[in-house]
Design a binder for this molecule. Structure first.
Ligand code: GDP
Length: 330
């Protein structure tokens, strides 16, 4: 058995090649749900969706989100209606009292569908309608995710980190906003002073995620340590399971250079060095690391080096083999 902890870009890239090295039937992917939002009444799980679309061979690999060649008619019409009606651009949070009414959710991840601020493709939206419908029918998020994984013919088991809501909230000098407002609506521009995972104190691990972590070993792909892996570490049961598991982590950095995204800025905000050294500090439970050939960081744990840039399947297979080697020395 092997369990991958995944965000929406770095670990999915690794998963592209991982199934040549690890058996799909014995692989579980635990997806981050701290990025999830309710948008126009639909629960969108961006990181899990990327894994589902990838496993179903439908992922848009230019963006690493959404379905390849999806149309956007509904989204375009939502934008047109909002503009014609003179309604301000999104993101438009629902009022405070609506943040916690009805379906149980963490505060500040519930947005109006007016002027839809995230681009949901038409086929993509069908996934969110199905997910939300299944939740409304009484299924847990874990059950719902597995039903969707079956619909995508996923060869691996895909489960959320928790069935309970957790919202990644970015604090700027003057205000606080959901991670998706920070990243999608504001292009990662605002200064960040801290990141909080609202709901994580009471959220329980999904039983399937906990079982997968207990089965071990665990691979943390090169995902953002703060907003992709951080929400998992904020849930006591998951962090404790990682402390007793054999864990290998792939750095999303080459020394202090990040491949993409806001990992550096967010790590600095939460008090870690924005570098491979900071990743090692953020993962005190990791038993071995995979670093890039050009990354000379000295770590206090075993290291396997390879070219960690993943642009195609051969690259992903190479990094997956390095992970396999790291598991041997972990
Ligand atoms: P998100 O949910 O879209 O933020 O995606 P993840 O958290 O899963 O992945 C983001 C991280 O992937 C970033 O910190 C990047 O540095 C890292 N990343 C992207 N492409 C590569 C790559 O080719 N190799 C490695 N090692 N890391 C990568």
């Amino acid at each position: 058995m092997v369990t991958f902890l995944s965000g929406g870009t770095g670990t999915p890239k690794l998963l592209d090649g991982a199934l040549s090295v690890f058996s799909a039937a014995e692989t579980t992917v635990v997806g981050n749900t701290g990025d999830d939002v309710e948008l126009g009444g639909l629960l969108v799980c961006p990181d899990i969706d990327t894994v589902l679309f990838q496993q179903g061979d439908m992922l848009n690999r230019e963006t690493w989100w959404g379905i390849a060649d999806d149309t956007t008619e509904t989204h375009d019409e939502l934008q047109r209606l909002a503009t014609s009606a003179g309604l301000a651009d999104g993101p438009r949070y629902l009022p405070d009292e609506r943040q916690i009414s009805g379906r149980e959710i963490a505060r500040w991840r519930r947005f109006s569908g007016v002027a839809e601020f995230m681009l949901l493709g038409d086929r993509d939206r069908a996934v969110h309608v199905t997910r939300t419908g299944l939740l409304d029918e009484g299924h847990t998020l874990t059950e719902t995710t597995r039903i969707l994984a079956d619909a995508f013919d996923s060869p691996v088991d895909v489960v959320p980190m928790s069935d309970d809501p957790v919202a990644s909230i970015v604090r700027t000098p003057n205000t606080a906003m959901h991670f998706q407002e920070f990243w999608v609506a504001r292009g990662g521009e605002p200064n960040v002073v801290d990141v909080a995972f609202r709901g994580s104190n009471t959220a329980k691990p999904s039983p399937a995620a906990l079982a997968a972590l207990t089965d071990e070993p665990v691979v943390i792909g090169p995902s953002n340590p703060v907003t992709s892996i951080g929400p998992m570490l904020a849930i006591d049961g998951l962090r404790e399971a990682l402390e007793s598991a054999t864990v290998v982590a792939v750095s999303p950095f080459v020394e202090d250079r990040v491949f993409s995204g806001p990992a550096g800025k967010l790590m600095e905000a939460v008090g870690y060095d924005p570098s491979t050294a900071g990743v090692a500090e953020a993962y005190p439970f990791a038993d071995a690391f995979v670093l890039d050939d050009d990354d000379r960081t000295n770590l206090d744990r075993p290291v396997i080096r390879t070219d960690t840039r993943m642009d195609d399947i051969e690259d992903s297979e190479r990094v997956a083999r390095a992970v396999e080697n790291a598991l041997e020395v972990a």
